[in-house]
Every structure is written in structure tokens, then in C-alpha cells.
Design a protein around this ligand. Structure first.
Ligand SMILES: [Mg+2]
Length: 399
């Protein structure tokens, strides 16, 4: 099987939680992206953050060891500016509630950024910048209240910082929304303008969306009909993936960007595909059970509790000391070496096959229940299975 780098022509890469976290690269990202390029895959760096223009984003990427050109960076500011340029005559004035990233994007589209509601704007654009304060929000409110078109780059409620979560553009948009009672048009992920911008600029014919968020990256890919890879280096916990409704389910799941070098069949995740590698997940009576069944039929531990060559974990196996849990642990650890080379860290596959099997079972059960979510399966049993399978996240920095 071909690796993803051969199956897709362009990786549309989210940045925060995928390539970097704040001022630091995500572990393995620089090397994995170098290898992806060497394999012939083109890269586009696609961010909902509108604060910095592409040149500065490219400089930051290069500083952390990821070679990037400005023309490979796509921002929600660019998507917003294109939306406005399609509606407004060239040279139109646009009130900016935001910073340099928006100003540069507007000028690129022959629009003129202004800073006051009395400066003759014919539209308002709002995007994140740490410089947005009350005076800027007030100007935006006057202009939006007067009935001008209002475009928001994105509505992410928080923005990650070195000190934790801080108010993001969605929170700042809420201020003008509350003050005016109006709703903006949104350009960024998961809305279609952002994906369209990335496709236009990268000229992708078969893109792979790579992200750490289900509700922006993956949802945007699904809305556009593009395949997606979820990486676990950012905000998404494995249990979020298991409980995802269909519109938030990715095509593939991997620990980090090294997944790009792996074949599709080592990463794919689909409702109903509940036997993956050595793992078999079943939902019975609303509870998830996960078992390891080594391909060679050998037992991985002591006597099983069910009289079969299966190490099994249900809710009753959630404890640290039960027979089932002991047997399970032996299989998940030492047995991982036999997982067909999909492992990324030399200690087995980090539970990836188990996670894929769990998703396959829980998604199918949820779909059969007609709820479109994982809520029909007892979350305690899901957490127990994920814990027992020792599904690891390469980075657990909270934000
Ligand atoms: Mg992200």
C-alpha cells in the first residue's frame, strides 16, 4: 500500500496542535514534513488565526525547523478578504477589527483597510489580533449596527497561548454580536470559504486535510468532501474521537505527522470496522468490550476469564488489578511489537489499532441507534477500554 504522501498531492496542514504549539514545534513534525516533501507531497499551512500575515507565519515556521514559503501559508484573513473582494468594487474601504494579518490580506485584494466607522467603510471584517480592545470593538459595533456587511475570519472561542486559553476571535465577535443583534458571515474553518481558499492557493487536486480539531479541521474537510487525517498532538482526546457524530469523523487517525508516511490501511477508521490488527471491539447492551486476539492465536497472559484465547476488557476490567486487566496489559505492551510495523515509537503502535477498532464499533452502534453520535454507548466502558489499551497521546499540553 502507498503511504499517504503518495496517495494525496497536497497536505492542507492546520498549524496549532499539528505543526507547532506556541513557540515550539510539535515533536517529530519538522522531520515528518521534510520527509513528506521528499516523497513528493506538497504542503499548505492553513490557519484560522488571522493575526499574522503569511510572511510572518512562514518565518515562524522556518524558525522552528519547518521550511515554509509565504505562498504556502493560507490564513482565514485571506479567505475573508476574498469573500469581500467578490462583493465589493476594487478600492472599497473596509473597517478592520483586527490586526496586520487582515490589513495585508485586504490590500492583496485591492481593498483599503480603515480603522474608524466614520472613515467611509462599506464593510466590516473582524479577525483575531492581540491588539483588539474596546475602542476597536466600539468602531466595529457602530459600523455593524449601521447595517454594513460583516465578515468574521473565524469564530474559534479561544486562542492557545503559552499561559493557557485566552479569548479568541469568536469571543470578540460575540461582543459585537451582543451589542448589535446581528450575525457575521464566517470565512474560516469549518466554513467552505477557508477550504476553497486553500484549494485555490495550493492548486490541490487530491488534498488531505490534516488537523487536530474535529469541529474545525475535520468538519471543514467533510463539508468539502475531502479526506482528513486527525492527529492526536493537539486538542482532541481519543474519547472525543470515539464519541464523534458522523460529520466530525475523520478518514484517518494517527498520533502525529509521522502518520503521513504510513499507508491508508494502517490509519483508516470507519464505522463497522471493529477488527483492526489484533484488536476486536464489540458493543453489547450499550457497553463497549475490547479484546486482543493475537493473529497467531497465542495467549498473551494468564488464564482468560471466558475460557477462550482472548484478553478482554469491559467495564469490569477497568480496575487495575482484575484478571482481565492483567492479561490485557501484557498484550498491549509486549505484544505490540507484532503489530506489523505501524508503530511510531518503537513500543508498539501506541494503541492506535485499538482506538480504530473502538471507533469502528462505537460509531456503528451509534449509527444503528439513529442518534448520530456515540452517546448510545456507555462512556465509562469506552474510557475503560481506552485506558486499558494504553492509547498514548504524543503531547498532552492542555490548551
Ligand atoms: Mg489546531
Amino acid at each position: 500500500m502507498q503511504p499517504l504522501t503518495q496517495t494525496y498531492d497536497v497536505a492542507l496542514l492546520d498549524l496549532d496542535g499539528v505543526v507547532y504549539i506556541g513557540a515550539h514545534p510539535v515533536p517529530h513534525a519538522p522531520e515528518a514534513l521534510r520527509q513528506a516533501r521528499a516523497a513528493g507531497m506538497r504542503l499548505a499551512f492553513v490557519t484560522n488565526n488571522a493575526s499574522r500575515p503569511p510572511e510572518r507565519v512562514a518565518v515562524h515556521l522556518t524558525e522552528i525547523g519547518v521550511d515554509a514559503r509565504p505562498d504556502e501559508v493560507v490564513t482565514s484573513a485571506q479567505a475573508a478578504a476574498r469573500l469581500l473582494a467578490e462583493q465589493l468594487p476594487s478600492g472599497s474601504k473596509v473597517l478592520v477589527v483586527g490586526g496586520e494579518g487582515l490589513e495585508v490580506a485586504l490590500r492583496e485584494q485591492d481593498l483599503v483597510p480603515v480603522s474608524g466607522a466614520d472613515d467611509g467603510p462599506v464593510a466590516v471584517v473582524q479577525g483575531f489580533s492581540p491588539k483588539v480592545g474596546w475602542p476597536m470593538l466600539a468602531e466595529g459595533t457602530y459600523a455593524v449596527a449601521s447595517g454594513l456587511p460583516w465578515v468574521a475570519t473565524n469564530t474559534d472561542p479561544v486562542v492557545p497561548t503559552d499561559r493557557g486559553r485566552a479569548p479568541g476571535n469568536g469571543t470578540l465577535v460575540d461582543a459585537i454580536r451582543t451589542a448589535t443583534g446581528r450575525e457575521p458571515v464566517v470565512a474560516g474553518k469549518p466554513e467552505p470559504p477557508m477550504h476553497r481558499e486553500a484549494m485555490l492557493r495550493s492548486q490541490a487536486t487530491r488534498p488531505l486535510v490534516v488537523g487536530d480539531r474535529l469541529d474545525t479541521d475535520v468538519e471543514g474537510a467533510n463539508a468539502a468532501g475531502a479526506d482528513s487525517l486527525l492527529v492526536l498532538t493537539g486538542v482532541t482526546d481519543p474519547i472525543d474521537l470515539v464519541q464523534a457524530p458522523p460529520r466530525l469523523r475523520p478518514t484517518y487517525v494517527g498520533h502525529d505527522l509521522r502518520a503521513l508516511a504510513q499507508p491508508a490501511d494502517a490509519l483508516s477508521v470507519r464505522a463497522g470496522e471493529a477488527k483492526v490488527g489484533d484488536w476486536h471491539a464489540v458493543v453489547e447492551g450499550g457497553e463497549l468490550r475490547l479484546a486482543r486476539v493475537p493473529a497467531d492465536g497465542s495467549r498473551s497472559g494468564g488464564p482468560g476469564t471466558h475460557g477462550s484465547a482472548v484478553g478482554e476488557v469491559g467495564v469490569e476490567g477497568a480496575g487495575r488489578g482484575g484478571d482481565g486487566a492483567d492479561e490485557f496489559s501484557a498484550g498491549a505492551g509486549a505484544g505490540g511489537a507484532g503489530n506489523g510495523g505501524a508503530g511510531a515509537d518503537g513500543a508498539g503502535d501506541g494503541g492506535l489499532d485499538a482506538l480504530r477498532a473502538v471507533c469502528g464499533a462505537v460509531w456503528a452502534a451509534a449509527d444503528a441507534a439513529g442518534e448520530g453520535s456515540g452517546s448510545s454507548v456507555d462512556p465509562v466502558s469506552v474510557r475503560a477500554a481506552l485506558d486499558a489499551a494504553r492509547i498514548t497521546r504524543p503531547s498532552t499540553r492542555p490548551y
